[in-house]
Ligand binder design. Structure first.
Ligand code: 2AM
Length: 218
């Protein structure tokens, strides 16, 4: 009936608890401030501006996309392929409303997006759609969960779906054995440059973010 047809959410995911959202936002803000001041970043500034001499304010470059979360499945109210099957999985029903800790292993940014990489546990991977990586990169063979992330900001006109795609590009480079150009050790960990405006700060003490698995209707 009509009720069932409207019962699927915009997406399922883990929603970071409010106090941690604040913590992560300020961590990202500090990262942007530090990065912007580095000579190595200034050297590659044209990745962001298209012009060598132009300044960039990273904090303004990346617009906040609201409540911080790690999407598992975009359902688009049932319009997205496989959304009904996803919602009906036993693991999804069982875990709905439960808390777990998301392990944040890196902060990354590209001229398009700013995000935190999430390393999912075996248990959390049970909620991860089997085709999430293949859907985005059909020719690559990336481990499940490679796309898991929290979007922290997007450049003007960029949709948040891009953050996961940017992350997959980075993971693919790493899978191919590229470690990036090691730039410097920052307080939070080593910073590497992967070309084309792609930067990764690996967190040497990965942050554990308390989060609730549920859904968002919009
Ligand atoms: P995000 O996970 O990077 O934040 C609603 O648009 C939410 O679903 C956003 O959080 C967005 O990006 C995510 N999203 C949008 N399109 C998607 C897609 N095709 N696959 C997976 N997640 C998507």
């Amino acid at each position: 009936g009509p009720l069932e047809e409207t019962s699927l959410p915009l997406f399922f995911g883990w929603f970071l608890c409010p106090s941690f959202q604040e913590k992560l936002r300020s961590m990202a803000k500090d990262f942007l401030k530090t990065l912007q001041g580095l000579e190595a970043f200034k050297k590659h500034l044209s990745d962001f501006t298209g012009e060598a001499e132009k300044e960039v304010d990273l904090e303004q470059h990346f617009q906040d996309k609201g409540m911080l979360h790690c999407t598992t499945k975009l359902c688009d109210y049932g319009k997205a392929e496989g959304s009904k099957e996803y919602a009906e999985q036993q693991a999804v029903k069982d875990r709905y409303g439960s808390m777990s800790e998301l392990k944040l292993s890196a902060l990354f940014l590209t001229p398009r997006t700013l995000g935190a990489r999430v390393s999912l546990t075996e248990d959390q991977l049970q909620l991860w759609p089997a085709d999430a990586e293949k859907e985005a990169m059909p020719d690559a063979d990336l481990p499940p969960g490679s796309r898991a992330h929290v979007t922290l900001g997007c450049a003007e006109g960029v949709e948040p779906v891009q953050t996961g795609l940017d992350l997959l590009e980075l993971v693919l480079l790493q899978q191919q054995g590229q470690e990036g150009e090691q730039v410097q050790d920052l307080d939070l960990g080593p910073l590497a440059y992967y070309g084309k405006g792609m930067w990764v700060l690996s967190l040497h003490e990965s942050s554990l973010a308390p989060a609730c698995f549920c859904s968002y209707y919009g």
